[in-house]
Ligand binder design. Sequence first.
Ligand SMILES: *[C@@H]1O[C@H](CO)[C@@H](O)[C@H](O)[C@H]1NC(C)=O
Length: 417
Amino acid sequence: MIAIILGFFILTCSASKRDVVSLYGSLDTLRTDLGACSNYPDVVDGYRNAMHNFTIETYKRVAPRGTYQFVVSPHSLWMTVAAIAEGANHETQQQLFQLLLLPNDACIRQKYYQLAASRFSYSSDAIVVSNRALVIDHGVTPNPAWHNFVTKNSLIEVVSAPIRHNPVAAASSIRQAVYANYVPLNLQGNSVLIDTMDYNGLWNTAFADAVVQRAPFHSISGQRIGTVDMMTVKRRCKIGYVPSISAKILELPIGTNSQYSMVIALVVGNSDVRPVIREFKSSIVTDVLTSLRDSYVPIDIALPQFTLNSEVDVKVILEDLGITSLWTDPDATRYISTPPALPSSYVQRATLTLNKHGVNPPLVPGLRSSGYPKTPEESFWNEFIADRPFMFGLFDTETYTCLMSNMYSQPTYPDFI
Ligand SMILES: *[C@@H]1O[C@H](CO)[C@@H](O)[C@H](O)[C@H]1NC(C)=O
């Protein structure tokens, strides 16, 4: 863990001069002392509800901004925005609490933060890492009380860069820190928010025996639009169907102790997903998860290999969600720093790779497709062929926090017509 955080900043420092970005404090997961809050009841349901709500609210707004192919980490966004909320003036704080479904009770909030901060993993078979930082100009000093709180709760780090004095160097170190190249960085203010989320699974046994073959990929309407490197395996796992989105659901456990899982929703039939996503309610996450049943038979699974890498202009997404004072009103962030941090950009970069060395459902050795023809009903439950657009989420299996929400719709090798 220390190595990862250090890596983040060594990288930052090597950008140009050593002092371009310096660290004020480092996050130490679960350092929170909740002594005074120890008698609080279980807050997992409230926390999960807050996360699912924010996951869907952001998904609906990120999806239509591109080609419906993206990865975004609602979890990392939520933690970053929570850090800002903790130092906001009353009005902005209430607005942000409402967006994040954070209660006014500080003990409950800290319990939520503790749950959120313990979703990461640095184990040998699944690495889920997020870095979140408020980058402030050299002349801006963080308020010690706020800084102590957000550090204790592992919400965000505060780093500094010569935003006013040397915006070119500052921009270049910020880009290097998040490995982001494309999102326009506005440095007109005195600070910038950045966060990253990376998923690296050692997908050791799951697709180790997968057959990878070039296969066609289709649009929602069933038209061939290109080809992908399709991994095919036969596995017993959980499968379901959610009528409200006409989607077949598959859950693939990840890691040796199934600490995470990939839940995939494949739209069947010719329904256009775009209006469906517009109408999403947060209950869709529960609908999807509760639809899952152990499969009676091993399922023929076909999934493309891919890497998704997205850089999201979060400022635009938050503005869409009605959060505007953060960027325009210095009073909004008055308890964060002196002078108040007035962020002019917020960028998130998230990356997820799905390939043959991947997920980890129990191995069912020596299975072959049965020789006799299947009825349509049988093949519906026996197959999960992701050869058309699909949505998926990376969840931890303890709280079902959505760490990454995604959509795949653009084949690796598009057809040129
Ligand atoms: C999120 O929660 C708020 C407040 O309860 C609610 O108004 C909103 O509809 C929810 N969003 C979704 C996508 O369900």
